[in-house]
Ligand binder design. Structure first.
Ligand code: NAD
Length: 271
């Protein structure tokens, strides 16, 4: 009998937020290569989003750039409407947009606190809510997926590792973790799978100062048992799997993709 190997996301429509750079850009391109039509959300750099769209199209994929601030309810709704107009339905959401606004706690402004919670946590709430509404309204299409929809929440190892100087960021990711699990518990019976990815240190613009000089990279590697900084592709491969039917029984889980960062490497020599 001939073996047919289909691209794992063939026929699916995927919206990836914060997809004009870093991890989101990597996921958008991997989704395109895996056969999905991709919405490349961006907030402020249309040229960078178009570059990702072109990269996907140049390999035969379908993609469109969509502008929206994920912390703005009206803009999120408009983005999903535009996505629906272009692709007809939505099968996958990757809620990936995120920011850091670092400050020592005593000096952290309310604006720094709010901005990070607004984008990293409320932004995921707004996008996930819109996705769930659409999954329920459009119904299941067994020809594309066993699930009625999939959501991947981009978290961080800081959903479990406390992070001095980044209290707003760690609080947002801890919030993402329990939002993801509570939502997964609520919508699993409707056939919707919600999971999270917790990246360790990945080479992207968000943490440039942690890897751009050899000294900084050496210090960072002390925290990574596997001995290398991660690349966006490391996360993108995990996202393709979590979005595909290959992970159909995976529900409400955080997948850590961190080179062992959560293994308490400070204890390697007995603490
Ligand atoms: P990045 O800065 O390249 O990506 C963040 C993206 O979010 C950017 O494209 C940015 O334009 C977008 N964004 C910011 N505010 C937005 C808004 N209001 N609306 C829409 N989009 C907005 O950095 P990255 O490392 O690729 O980060 C992606 C995600 O991965 C973030 O959620 C981040 O917290 C998480 N993460 C990154 C690392 C890492 O080491 N790089 C580790 C753990 C988690």
């Amino acid at each position: 009998m001939p073996v047919h190997v289909h691209p794992p996301l063939r026929g699916q429509k995927a919206l990836v937020t914060g997809a004009s750079s870093g991890i989101g850009a990597g996921i958008a391109q991997a989704f395109g290569a895996a056969g999905a039509a991709v919405g490349v959300n961006y907030r402020s750099h249309p040229d960078e989003a178009e570059r990702i769209v072109e990269a996907i199209r140049s390999t035969g994929g379908e993609a469109v750039a969509l502008k929206a601030d994920v912390s703005n309810e009206d803009e999120v709704r408009a983005m999903f409407r535009a996505f629906g107009t272009t692709f007809g339905r939505v099968d996958i959401l990757v809620a990936n947009s995120g920011i850091q606004q670092d400050a020592a706690f005593a000096g952290m402004t309310l604006d720094q606190w709010r901005r990070v919670i607004d984008v990293n946590l409320t932004g995921q709430f707004l996008c996930a809510r819109e996705a769930v509404r659409r999954f329920l309204a459009q119904g299941r299409d067994p020809s594309v997926s066993r699930a009625a929809g999939k959501i991947i929440c981009m978290s961080s190892v800081h959903e479990v590792i406390p992070w001095a100087g980044h209290v707003n960021y760690a609080a947002s990711k801890g919030g993402v973790m329990l939002m993801m699990k509570s939502l997964a518990q609520e919508v699993a019976e409707m056939g919707i799978r919600v999971n999270g990815i917790a990246p360790g240190a990945i080479r992207t613009p968000i943490n440039r100062e942690a890897w751009e000089t050899p000294e900084a990279e050496r210090k960072l590697l002390d925290l990574i048992p596997y001995g290398r900084v991660g690349e966006p592709e490391d996360i993108a491969k995990a996202a393709v799997w979590l979005a595909s039917d290959d992970s159909d029984y995976v529900v409400g889980t955080t997948l850590f993709v961190d080179g062992g960062m959560t293994l308490y490497p400070g204890f390697r020599d007995n603490g």
